[in-house]
Design a protein around this ligand. Sequence first.
Ligand SMILES: *Cc1c(COP(=O)(O)O)cnc(C)c1O
Length: 371
Amino acid sequence: MGIPTKDYGRQHRALWSELAGEIERCLFGDDPVLGAAVEAFERELADYHGVAHAVGVNCGTDAIVMALRGLGVRDGDEVVTSAHTFSGVVSAIVQAGGVPRLVEPERETMVVAREALQAACTPRTRALLPVHLYGQPIDLVGLRDWCTARGLVLIEDCAQAHGARRRGRSLGSFGHAAATSFHPSKNLGAFGDGGAVLTDDANLAAALRIRRHLGKAGKYEMVAIGPNSKLDTLQAVLLRVKLRHLDEWVERRAALAERYRRGLEGVGDLVLPLPVREAGARHAWHLYVVRSARRDALREFLAERGIKTGMHYPIAAHEQPALRDRCLGGPFPLAAELARTVVSLPLSQELTEAEIDVVIDATRRFFATAP
Ligand SMILES: *Cc1c(COP(=O)(O)O)cnc(C)c1O
């Protein structure tokens, strides 16, 4: 009972007639690792994004680390990203040997604008890592050329942006490479970990296919040092089926996000996420993140009524015990404020209008009570 933030059972029951035969074929076959299903998914994923290559890896974090290293980030190089993001992104920069330089996001969109990324570059900068957080599509047109001219690389983090577009193009096609994740919670999610690197760079794609497999060029010969980080074949089987539904899911999420906007506009001190109305642009609506100074009380009120909510994210990267001494830049008053005020309301394509209305009604009732 209640309203969940995620309901994997609902998603898989709805797709079962399509999934069952594919799963059976995979389990009765002899391709447990890589093989035809992974290759087919990589092809379909690259085509969907309008890029030449997709390389499946174990998770989105590995995709970031491998893209950074593969594009030449070396120990001590600075990598510029948002101060308001999933802390795993900042960890990935450190794992790749880089030094994170964080930048405050824009207040309205909660993502870093390209101008802020550019302004944060120093002589030690090697890469820019914009994160399309919550599915909000950052306008990156022209930034790749700007980077190339300066010997920098542009890597997009599209983990939350499956299905998002800007200027008529899929996110993930603007950088030298993009990293994405198929964590079950994402718009395009596996049932376990998964990730991919997208790129037009054939050399990078070839190198990553070797690196993800312990640096092996074939079955026996090891030509590089790399992790064992492959996209599981069974996950690729699920993802192939789900990719066919991604566009219809994103449309459904947008409709539910619009329902929230109409129901919650002007309520209490709530700040709602900005819809994207520009032609050729599409928000992926991975999360519906609102802000309130009364965040914790609101979450408790909703939880008492069976409504689950999330926080993305309550601890800013520069405040993480493992990261705070490793990040450059700051101070980050806005990132700190967002960490205290953000709350993610339930949003998924499986939810009904009636369920969204229950969340809206309860939220309105909360703000009708005195603080
Ligand atoms: C989920 C996520 C990742 C990577 O996640 P994995 O769990 O490692 O697949 C990277 N960046 C962002 C913004 C994410 O939301």
